[in-house]
Ligand binder design. Structure first.
Ligand code: ZN
Length: 674
């Protein structure tokens, strides 16, 4: 039997994980050995009889857990982008083990005593700024993980963390199961009127695969809104589709959400915070619950007013169909009508101009060349995690190799929804590793031999995710803790959102948006009309986002001991109290399928997207308004911000680029909220 490929560092270029050798059965043993190895490494640190030094404690801690890191990054990507039943089982087994492992390190009194001693004399150690920050961040991290608590409190903390980890996994698996179970089954093609022929054929094929031969099945996406709602002409079908989406999971996940909110409130109280939200934001750039609440409160009124104005326009369009009042299941449908009649934009007309290969090379890569001087060479000789994923080597302007970029652009049944970036190898001067980053998207695969034609939103997502990739690729730090995208959640979306600006930048757009058959550029005025049409939907989009954010906020500002009887009732009261209870606009995610906050790391942090957008809008204005050549602005943004990762205060990095603290006005202007 061959040795588990995770047990040794990869010998491939850039230490790319040896995907060709990795089998499902390698993960669990690698996790087990990885955790055991790290605990042994920690034990060696604390057994050291010499006085604690920065080297023998902090640096040793940074170097520890290499095997665990190797397996964890590969597993997390694999279980998200190409999962199997076995991987789901491994995930369910491993997540409480990882929570316990985290506790074993952070509640290790001997280890914390060494860190605390060093922290107490930090100004006398003669550390360089990044090393000093490592000491401070580690100290804070241990403190926030309960290192100072007494024995009984630590025991309770371990219980809370273990139960929360297990509940998070159950919540996620319930969402997956209910999302599949609530797919809408339709008997006749007439009910699908309005959808394209391809989409109807897809629904028939979907039905066949799911055992409903002869019927049509519309599978559900993550969000409350479903893309077909914009096209289905039969109002009752729209109503059923939305109801199927909104009704997912409440029986199974409502009680879990209540339990998790209670446990999180208890944990926050244990750690000395009035609520889970207060605990979370204390370590984010926002800092306080009040700062977040103030921004959200400032946005709600104008956003709801915009949405009501949009509703009036939709109602005018719907009146022709004899509909008096716009319901939630009508919104997307009549938005599309208004978009077509008022702005002469038909989303389908754009697709032939957005062919994936062209958008990638002549758009995304081209922009990275303009701003940063990068170039890209595909490496078909290197094996990624799936046959559809492609590996590119990234080079600096002077030809120096920088790292690897892996693009896994296509949807598949085994991939979770949405789009995201992962780091497979994190840059660090300490370990000598160079970055290997990965983007996952969900662009449907076309029929064999057909080109991949993308929607406007998919193009934006490609630029967005590549912004995260650049953050990882440009990382230039010493310690892994600070590498690339390891910044606060309310900062991490900022660089990726900034990268979206290249999509419509004239010189970039002209370079990539060409008809895939004729090579013709986009018809004059189309992009301007599209941008204007997007402005029209801002009211709806802002309200549905804010509703989800305020829902997350409500669940996590609950003080310890407050009983919640019913999740749905809590949800509707919270939305009404926050002023975002607009009947026709459901939150982007309802409680029962809000995976960001109940099963991935965004509890009390869904606000991060709009918080980051403040920085984004401000920075885009700086990019467009300053006198420097683009290449110079890009270089400044790279050196002072992207390259720094979390090795200094992110807001200091922002100031180093823009020259002042962030301002909110550019965001308000962009979202039509002034
Ligand atoms: Zn993002």
């Amino acid at each position: 039997m061959t040795e588990n490929p995770f047990f040794q560092p990869s010998t491939l270029d850039y230490e790319l994980p040896p995907f060709a050798e990795i089998r499902e059965e390698h993960y669990l043993p690698a996790y087990e050995r990885g955790m055991a190895e790290q605990l042994a490494e920690i034990a060696a640190i604390t057994a050291d009889l010499s006085l604690p030094t920065f080297e023998n404690t902090l640096v040793a801690l940074e170097r520890s857990g290499e095997l665990l890191r190797r397996v964890d990054v590969v597993f997390r990507n694999q279980s998200s982008s190409d999962t199997t039943d076995l991987l789901d089982e491994v995930e369910a087994k491993v997540s409480p083990l990882l929570a316990a492992h985290h506790d074993a390190i952070h509640l290790d009194r001997a280890l914390f005593a060494r860190i605390e001693a060093l922290y107490g004399s930090r100004t006398e150690l003669g550390l360089d700024p990044e090393s000093l920050r490592l000491l401070e961040r580690r100290y804070t991290g241990f403190e926030r993980s309960g290192a100072r608590l007494g024995g009984a409190e630590q025991a309770r903390l371990r219980e809370l963390n273990a139960e929360l980890a297990a509940l998070g996994t159950t919540f996620q698996q319930n969402v997956n199961a209910e999302t599949r179970a609530n797919a809408l089954v339709l008997d006749s093609a007439e009910e699908l009127a309005g959808l394209s022929e391809g989409a109807i054929a897809g629904a028939a094929e979907n039905a066949r695969v799911l055992g409903h031969e002869g019927a049509y099945v519309l599978s559900l996406k993550n969000t409350s809104g479903q893309p077909e709602l914009a096209q289905l002409t039969d109002r009752s079908v729209r109503e059923r589709l939305l109801a199927a989406s909104l009704g997912r999971g409440i029986e199974a996940n409502g009680p879990i959400a209540i339990r998790m909110a209670g446990l999180r409130a208890e944990r926050a109280a244990l750690l000395g915070y009035p609520s889970h939200a207060a605990y979370v934001v204390a370590d984010e750039t926002a800092g306080t619950v009040e700062a977040v609440s103030a921004l959200l409160a400032r946005l709600v009124g104008p956003a709801v007013a915009n949405a009501r104005r949009e509703a009036a326009e939709l109602a005018a369009a719907a009146a022709a169909d004899g509909i008096g009042e716009i319901a939630a299941h009508d919104w997307a449908y009549y938005s599309e009508k208004v978009r077509q009649s008022s702005f002469q934009v038909d989303a389908a007309v754009l697709r032939p101009y957005f062919e994936l290969e062209r958008v990638l090379r002549d758009g995304v890569f081209f922009a990275a060349n303009l701003a940063y001087g990068l170039s890209f060479t595909e490496r078909p000789d290197m094996t990624a995690h799936h046959p559809d994923a492609r590996v590119f080597e990234v080079f600096e302007e002077d030809g120096t190799a920088l790292g690897l970029f892996i693009g896994d652009f296509h949807a598949r049944a085994s991939k979770r929804g949405g789009a995201w970036m992962d780091s497979l190898v994190e840059q660090s001067a300490l370990t000598g590793q160079r970055p290997v980053v990965l983007n996952n998207l969900n662009i449907p695969l076309p029929a064999p031999g057909e080109p991949v034609l993308m929607s406007w939103d998919e193009v934006r997502t490609l630029f967005h995710e590549f912004g995260h990739a650049l953050h990882g690729l440009f990382s230039d730090v010493r310690y892994p803790l600070f590498s690339g995208t390891s910044v606060p959640r309310d900062f991490v979306e900022f660089p990726s959102q900034v990268n979206e600006m290249w999509m419509v930048r004239p010189e970039v757009l002209a370079n990539y948006a060409r008809h895939h058959e004729t090579g013709e550029p986009l018809p004059a005025g189309l992009v301007e009309r599209m941008t204007a049409a997007e402005g029209f939907g801002q009211g709806f989009r802002t309200v549905e986002y804010l509703a989800a954010t305020l829902l997350d906020w409500a669940w996590h500002t609950v003080p310890q001991g407050e009983e919640i009887a019913d999740a749905e009732e809590f949800e509707s009261r919270a939305l009404a109290a926050a002023g975002v209870g607009v009947d026709a606009i459901p939150p982007r995610y309802r409680t029962a399928y809000f995976q960001h906050v109940f099963s991935s790391g965004y509890s009390a942090a869904y606000y991060a997207y709009i918080w980051s957008e403040v920085l984004d809008a401000d920075t885009v204005q700086w990019f467009e308004g300053n006198e420097r050549p683009v290449r110079e602005s890009g270089e400044l943004f790279r050196r002072e911000l992207l390259a720094r990762g979390f090795s200094r205060d992110p807001l200091e990095s922002f100031r180093a680029v823009v020259g002042r603290a962030p301002e909110t006005e550019p965001l308000l202007a962009r979202r039509g909220l002034l």
